[in-house]
Design a protein around this ligand. Structure first.
Ligand code: AMP
Ligand code: ZN
Length: 482
């Protein structure tokens, strides 16, 4: 279908959570794909589970660009109003709670954790997107949308708070498969007295007396609900039709279900063509989550002996719709796989063909063309990264290819894989001698505190153990000399 729109672009198929089938992507305008990704709530550090979701969105965008589509990628920053579901109506805002605990203003908290998140994303080569809309900068749009929903008779006001009336939106539950009757049966009574129905959700909330983040509205001072934020920001930056909307699997309900109700309720037509959801990263089979106390940050990885890109490799070894368990063994295997690809790419440096420059290899002729076609088929088939990695490894050891051809292909695949395959393989760590991990950890801490005297002393100590340390934008990397 997409082929008929633009004969030059290969067809792409994705699993659509809404229809529960793998479907061809049919962009609204041929060759152009608008993607909205639910971004982070910036009241704490992102963990590598969060990053797995954003790596999946990055992979999607890289895949479409590799295949020749033009992409506009929008990823919002939730800097107000993401309530814990159970406490939403008691007004407990994660941003404000964090501000209180850390003794900062909500704005300071948001800026600090947004910067930290962007650095974490960069460490795993997540490409910057086109727009990072902030919720606090779109309050006007949220108020407008809320007003439209009131006018459409899909919402009602109770004392300065506006609720969406789910019973008046016939498609409610179509994404998550939840039936309103089931939701109701499962709900215990006595929720909030002012809601007509426990399933109704707040679009706009009246500000309580101690509320810091609040804005004037036609209904008095208040602040937006989390769900209306994404409807308003996607409408503003991608328009009334969005080709693909992504998020983690836990965003499906209620967040995306409520987004559908709001956007379609206000606009009167379907808005998102394909809903895509990434599965969880687990730790010992429990979902990695701040509340579970089992989080690992990407900045923790170097001290464990891994470079951040080994985590990116690990994420690629599993399909985005499968759970992935984070273990040391899996990370060692990922680091080894990464080393192997980089070694293969580096081999061409010595074969005399201009350092194996990919520019000298014509990828459009055989046998390169068919390797590329197989790689493209794998990623175009609902982002089949395990297959794509297998193809990269097959290329790495293909004896029908010269070293320069192997390098050219691997660097071409790396536009999607994002593994820095041009780096020397030595930069990828290695089995650390006894005690070195602790020294690396102390060195990372010293550098974080800008204590360069200690950091240099630790570097010398590590060098004496045969561990050579270098600092890169991705943090410290090391080579073990035996
Ligand atoms: P938050 O900042 O809490 O809104 O989360 C940001 C993104 O991370 C959301 O899309 C979540 O679905 C996703 N997420 C949270 N925990 C995990 C996990 N353990 N594995 C994968 N994605 C996750
Ligand atoms: Zn969202």
């Amino acid at each position: 279908m997409s082929q008929s729109q633009n004969p030059n672009l290969p067809p792409v198929r994705f699993y659509n959570s809404l229809t529960r089938t793998v479907e061809p992507l049919v962009p609204l305008s041929a060759g152009f794909v608008g993607i909205y990704t639910c971004g982070p709530t910036v009241y704490r550090y992102a963990h590598i589970g969060n990053l797995r979701s954003f790596l999946f969105a990055d992979l999607l965008r890289r895949t479409l660009e590799y295949l020749g589509y033009e992409v506009k990628h929008v990823k919002n920053i939730t800097d107000v109003g993401h309530m814990r579901d159970d406490t939403f109506d008691t007004g407990e805002d994660r941003m404000e709670l964090a501000a209180e605990v850390e003794g900062k203003t909500p704005e300071e908290i948001a800026r600090f954790y947004t910067d930290a998140w962007l650095e974490d994303e960069a460490a795993v080569n997540i490409l910057p997107v086109d727009v990072y809309p902030k919720a606090t900068e779109h309050i006007g749009e949220m108020i407008d949308l809320t007003r439209r929903l009131l006018e459409a008779n899909l919402a009602y006001e109770v004392d300065g708070t506006i609720y969406f009336d789910v019973s008046r939106f016939p498609g409610y539950g179509k994404l998550s498969g939840q039936r309103l009757e089931q939701l109701r049966a499962g709900h215990r009574v006595e929720v909030e007295a002012d809601k007509q129905d426990p399933e109704d959700f707040a679009l706009w909330k009246r500000a309580g007396a101690n509320r810091l983040m609040k804005w004037p509205s036609p209904w008095g001072d208040g602040f937006p609900g989390w769900h209306i934020e994404c409807s308003a920001m996607s409408l503003r930056h991608l328009g009334e039709h969005v080709d693909i909307h992504t998020g983690g699997i836990d965003n499906k309900f209620p967040h995306h279900e409520d987004e559908i109700a709001q956007s379609e309720g206000a606009l009167g037509h379907r808005v998102v063509s394909i809903w895509m959801h990434g599965e969880f990263l687990t730790l010992g089979d429990a979902k990695m989550a701040k509340s579970a106390g089992n989080i690992i940050r990407v900045t923790d990885l170097p001290a464990k002996g891994f470079e951040p890109l080994a985590f990116r490799y690990l994420a690629l070894t599993a399909h985005y719709r499968s759970k992935l368990d984070f273990t040391e063994d899996a990370m060692h295997a990922a680091a080894a796989g990464l080393r192997r690809l980089r070694r293969a790419a580096a081999e061409a440096d010595g074969d005399g063909s201009e350092g194996g420059s990919p520019a000298t290899v014509d990828l459009s002729v055989e046998p390169m063309a068919s390797h590329r076609a197989r790689f493209a088929d794998a990623i175009a088939d609902d982002l089949a990264t395990p297959a794509a990695l297998a193809i990269a490894h097959a290329v790495a050891s293909a004896d029908d290819l010269s070293a320069a051809q192997r390098r050219a292909l691997l660097l071409d695949f790396d536009r999607v894989l994002g593994l820095d395959l041009h780096l020397p393989a030595e930069e990828t760590g290695g089995e650390l001698p006894e005690g070195a991990a602790e020294l690396l950890e102390r060195r990372a801490a010293a550098r974080a505190e800008r204590d360069f005297a200690t950091s240099d002393a630790l570097r010398d100590q590590l060098a004496a153990m045969g561990v050579e340390v270098r600092d890169t934008p991705q943090g410290q990397v090391w080579t073990v000399h035996h």
